[in-house]
Ligand binder design. Sequence first.
Ligand SMILES: [Zn+2]
Length: 232
Amino acid sequence: MPGVQLTWLGHAAFRFDTPSGKRVYVDPFLTGNPKCPASEQQPERVDLILLTHGHGDHVGDTVDLAKRHGARVIAPVELRDSLELRHGLEGGAGSDPNKGGTVDADGVKVTLTDANHSSSDDELNYTGEPVGLVVDVEGAVRLYFAGDTNVFGDMHLIRRLYEPDVAILPIGDHFTMGPREAAVALELLGTQRCVPCHYGTFPILRGTPDELRELAPDVEILAPEPGETVEV
Ligand SMILES: [Zn+2]
């Protein structure tokens, strides 16, 4: 089975193409993201957008991209409602799960997991609870995007239930876990590969992939530069 080419767009933003050719964005904070390459800020194609929570550094360009490209947006129910009510997002039928629920978007199965963080829009309106995402990419690979979170013991349930192949974890510290907690998260998840994110965007997000490598020597830490692609 071919792998999936995962491109880091800086911060917690990613894109990848599915084996059948759909282009998927996760937390597309593109314009305004100091680490997103200029060449990535105006996507030529967007089919599906997945969101973890309502903070501006994750929702990013979602509404604009959805309107421009007709992309489907899957987001936790209150965040989805908020984007519809306040920002005119359309086409929400079936795209508003909550934790424990799975949406099958034409072979991309998206399951919402727990995450320990907060969630609101830029005006501090409620946007539901933050989530992580387990994404089964047409049977090719299972990716776990932790979203913004600390480490928590129930990550072992994510392992037991979904057995993700790759963990995409925040490591920047301050607003999320840093490398020390991420190393324990990898123990709980049992994944052999990790793509760190949510670091280096601003000086305060100080955790580094090298720190994580030291603390999790048995895990392959893939650390692309913003705009670079890794096969997962
Ligand atoms: Zn964040």
